[in-house]
Design a protein around this ligand. Structure first.
Ligand code: 1GP
Length: 247
């Protein structure tokens, strides 16, 4: 079964999946075994790998090391075409729906076709919506785009719906890595009611309370990066959460 079908099946359970985001610039292959050991004792079931700016050539060895130590699927979450590798399981094929920069709407996607044409990666079309997280994030700087304001829920819903109508299979609501505040639950709920495809939420989730908020608002997948980067023991705070481990 495809990972996308597993995500759809999981959506029906109304219990989110938890993913850890690893930035290949911030973890080296030697750190992988200890990281994976902690992850296996936590409810994290998916590993996202990617970043806004990642040095060429560092993603593939990292993914290879991860796959050597874990059965958990690795989803590429690339900031650009240089982060593609066949060592992963899935590619979140991102379209930056919140911005108006053609390079991140279609340019990088076309540039990746020579690689993808002969790749066995499962490609999942993903509408990426950058929302105001209270500070300037790397994604904003790299893509030269502005996030959508949280005050305009209608615009956020319309953007999400447009993504679904275009054919996106997933939506990613992003407050930005290291955001001051995560995507509020009313925004997650509004988008989830608007679309029928799974909704991923990430950015600025650093506390158990913030995570509980995302779980309560029924995000289909919750992504945490910085909190694990800063403290590998953050995994231990997650033991008793109601998280799905379907994947
Ligand atoms: C960033 O949504 C992810 O793309 C995770 O954000 O690093 O703030 O957890 P954090």
């Amino acid at each position: 079964m495809s990972y996308y079908n597993l995500l759809i099946q999981n959506k029906e359970k109304n219990t989110p999946l938890l993913a850890v985001l690893i930035d290949p610039d911030k973890m080296n292959v030697k750190q992988v075994p200890a990281f994976v050991e902690k992850m296996h004792k936590s409810p994290v079931s998916i590993i996202l790998v990617g970043g806004s700016t990642v040095l060429k050539g560092v993603t593939e060895p990292l993914v290879k090391a991860l796959k050597k130590h874990t059965q958990n699927p690795v989803f590429l979450f690339p900031g650009d075409v240089n982060q593609l590798t066949n060592e992963a399981d899935v590619l979140l094929f991102l379209m930056l729906l919140s911005g108006r920069n053609p390079e991140y709407l279609i340019g990088q996607q076309i540039a990746s076709v020579p690689f993808l044409r002969d790749s066995a990666l499962e490609v999942i079309s993903t509408g990426y919506i950058l929302l105001d997280g209270g500070k300037e994030t790397a994604t904003m700087k790299v893509t030269h785009t502005h996030p959508l304001p949280l005050t305009d829920i209608q615009l956020i819903k319309d953007t999400a719906k447009a993504g679904e109508l275009i054919g996106n299979k997933l939506l990613y609501l992003e407050a930005g890595s290291g955001a001051n505040h995560p995507v509020p639950s009313e925004v997650i709920n509004a988008v989830r009611e608007e679309v029928s495809i799974p909704v991923i939420v990430g950015g600025g989730i650093r506390t158990e309370a913030a995570l509980l908020e995302a779980i309560k608002s029924k995000a289909d997948m919750i992504v945490i990066g910085t909190a694990f980067e800063q403290d590998i023991n953050f995994f231990e705070t997650l033991q008793n959460l109601v998280i799905s481990k379907t994947i």
